[in-house]
Design a protein around this ligand. Structure first.
Ligand code: ADP
Ligand code: MG
Length: 615
């Protein structure tokens, strides 16, 4: 009898394990297949999906195709035509190099490959499922390659179960396509899901491609940048300061033709805008870096998008300086010899982003669920942009917080009155309230000193209120006299369509005008001072960031985005009654101690701690 315990895993099992690394969801298949098509020199790539890729993913290209043998070989692990010796690893010019993708896909799906080289009369078709080749025969296919990946994870039920909703998988797929399409504007891309065309990008230049993908407005607000140094070449576009926004700016770095994430370089770009936009806002950028491949290390995990650079600090400096120079050239920023007499002063750029004062239509107050028998706070008088301007003028303000809008000293703002949680007012378990620095409410609670952050407390209370509204589908909309236009990216519109009912439940009145354009005709009552387009965008981006459409998650994201925007800010003077109501509502909320995003709302100091403090 053989007592040896160790044996080699059959290839099919080894491949399945390896596949777990590379293929996590339909979007990973799409990424690998499209990258292969790009590597194969395609000028046209069509992606057809069924059920957001769960049932079927088909990628058709007009690239160079494969021979009969290569078609078979391409599914072997570590089979690649792209590198052959270790030194190649340090000089990569293609997306793929590991020769793992196709083997991994074939291990966890049913794959049909049709391919023909342009010089061949006949192509080949190959069926493979769970790493087993089922058949291969000659085929009359068009030149190029046609991959069909069916029933992903058909043999790994545990993985299949973990796929997210169709909308989430689709938005992940579109994100991957976006990243590839932005670097390859000379390639035509068509994307369809269940026969519906989601994207049709014609061959063009970079700027037109950006415009095709993200709308005319984004395209028009870009400044070109082009710098060549010995260690790096930087080309692309950065947004004008007016294009800044709080969330969801399109920020893309590419290195030698591939997308990368680079938080450190991101800071360099933001640094260039430091005096021009609020610190919590971001501008869009599309920056294409080129460097000698030996100076970077891409030989990292296949699904990671981070890349290591040899000259990181030097590149940081070059990046920052060149963005600054671009801004300077476009008169977006002052420079030392800037002739002030001839040019408008800088804040013009900031104030020009201010939305026109919204009209205030008269509404039936009994229709407003926010106004349930609670004292209202100070009435609105300014919009957020103006508040920010004030903040700029008072740089000595308050200690910094993650949210710069928090730092606004003594001003009136728009805030909705608090929501009435309980029908019978509960007996207060806290003492009298006083306000400190326009930021904290100080009171006593069960014999302890309680210091409450007023903004965070209000975020908690409003969040609960909005969640409640979403669950009960209560809508209280306030019509806008002048509907606002909203231009969304494909991903954003897909998500919005999915969430339309929730937006309506919150009180938004949105109409789809086609082509990613929407008009906002109504907004939830009680948030009149906020910029509706920014709000909807940031709510969508929040939902996208969550990467999930579990109802509770989305409700949470929507409610949080709205609560953050609508909550009272630091600097808002509160009357004793208002403080009392806020603290009362906070203590009656679902989780008074923390904001929905985990920030501490209050701090308690007990008597012993006080004794210790005072010695
Ligand atoms: P890698 O891209 O890392 O080389 P893959 O498993 O993705 O590994 O692909 C294996 C090989 O199959 C590639 O090196 C290439 O030669 C071939 N191949 C894959 N897709 C295509 C395609 N669309 N057109 C032509 N050849 C392809
Ligand atoms: Mg590949």
């Amino acid at each position: 009898m053989n007592n040896d315990l160790i044996h080699l895993l059959p290839d099919s099992v080894a491949n399945q394990i390896a596949a777990g690394e590379v293929i996590q969801r339909p979007a990973s298949v799409v990424k690998e297949l499209i990258e292969n098509s790009v590597d194969a020199g395609a000028t046209k790539i069509h992606l057809f999906l069924t059920d957001s890729g769960r049932t079927n993913i088909q990628v058709i290209d007009d690239g160079k195709g494969m021979s009969e043998t290569d078609a078979r070989m391409s599914f072997e692990r570590h089979a690649t035509s792209k590198i052959s010796d270790p030194s190649d690893l340090f000089a990569l010019h293609t997306f793929g190099f590991r020769g793992e993708a196709l083997a991994s896909i074939a291990a966890v799906a049913q794959v049909e490959l049709r391919t023909r080289r342009h010089e061949d009369e006949l192509g080949t078709v190959l069926h493979i499922a769970g790493s087993r080749v089922e058949k291969q025969e000659p085929d009359m296919c068009a030149p190029g390659t046609n991959f069909q990946v069916k029933n992903l994870f058909f043999n790994v039920p545990a993985r299949r179960k973990f796929l997210k909703s169709n909308q989430t998988e689709l938005s992940n797929i579109l994100t991957e396509v976006e990243r590839i399409a932005l670097v390859n504007p000379e390639i035509e891309f068509v994307v369809k899901n269940n026969e519906v065309e989601l994207m049709h990008l014609q061959r063009s230049g970079i700027r037109q491609r950006i415009q095709q993908m993200f709308g005319k407005k984004v395209g028009q607000e870009l400044l070109p940048i082009e710098v060549e140094t010995t260690i790096i070449t930087i080309k692309g576009y950065v947004g004008v300061p007016e294009s800044a926004r709080k969330k969801g700016a399109h920020t893309f770095f590419f290195i030698n033709g591939r997308y990368m994430r680079h938080p450190y370089f991101h800071k360099a770009v933001m640094e260039a805008y430091s005096q021009l936009i609020p610190p919590t806002e971001q501008i869009p950028y599309f920056l294409y870096l080129t460097t000698d491949p030996t100076r970077i290390d891409v030989n990292i995990h296949p699904t990671k998008t981070e890349i290591k650079f040899e000259d990181e600090q030097a590149i940081w400096q070059i990046l920052m300086a060149s963005v600054r120079e671009t801004l300077g050239r476009s008169h977006a920023t002052p420079s030392i010899d800037f002739d002030l007499a001839d040019c408008p002063d800088i804040p013009v750029h900031l104030s020009s982003t201010a939305a026109p004062q919204l009209p205030k239509p008269t509404v039936d107050n009994t229709y407003n669920p926010f106004a349930e028998h609670k004292p209202s706070y100070n009435r609105p008088s300014e919009n957020w942009e103006q508040l920010f301007k004030r903040n700029l003028q008072m740089p000595q303000a308050l200690p910094p917080d993650e949210d710069s809008l928090d730092n606004i000293p003594q001003c009136e703002t728009t805030i909705p009155p608090l929501f009435n949680h309980s029908e019978e007012p509960s007996q207060p378990s806290f003492g009298d309230c006083c306000q400190c620095n326009g930021r904290y409410i100080i009171t006593t609670f069960k014999g302890q000193l309680m210091i409450i952050d007023q903004h965070r407390a209000h975020v908690r209370v409003l969040h609960d209120q909005y969640i409640h509204q979403l669950q009960n589908q209560r809508s209280a909309s306030q019509g806008l006299l002048f509907p606002e236009m909203l231009q969304l990216s494909v991903t954003q519109s897909v998500v919005l369509e999915e969430l339309l009912d929730d937006f309506t439940a919150l009180g938004f009145d949105l109409s789809n005008l086609g082509g990613g354009s929407y008009s906002i005709q109504g907004i939830p009552a009680g948030i009149e001072g906020l910029n509706p387009t920014d709000l909807v965008r940031s709510m969508l981006d929040n939902a996208i960031e969550r990467g999930s459409v579990l109802k509770e998650d989305v409700h949470g994201a929507l409610a949080l985005a709205m609560a953050r925007s609508a909550a009272i800010v630091v600097g808002q003077v509160l009357s004793p009654e208002e403080m009392h109501t806020l603290v009362n509502d906070l203590l009656g909320s679902s989780a008074p101690a923390y904001t929905p995003d985990g920030k501490k709302v209050y701090h308690l100091i007990d008597e012993m701690a006080l004794n210790n403090l005072l010695g």
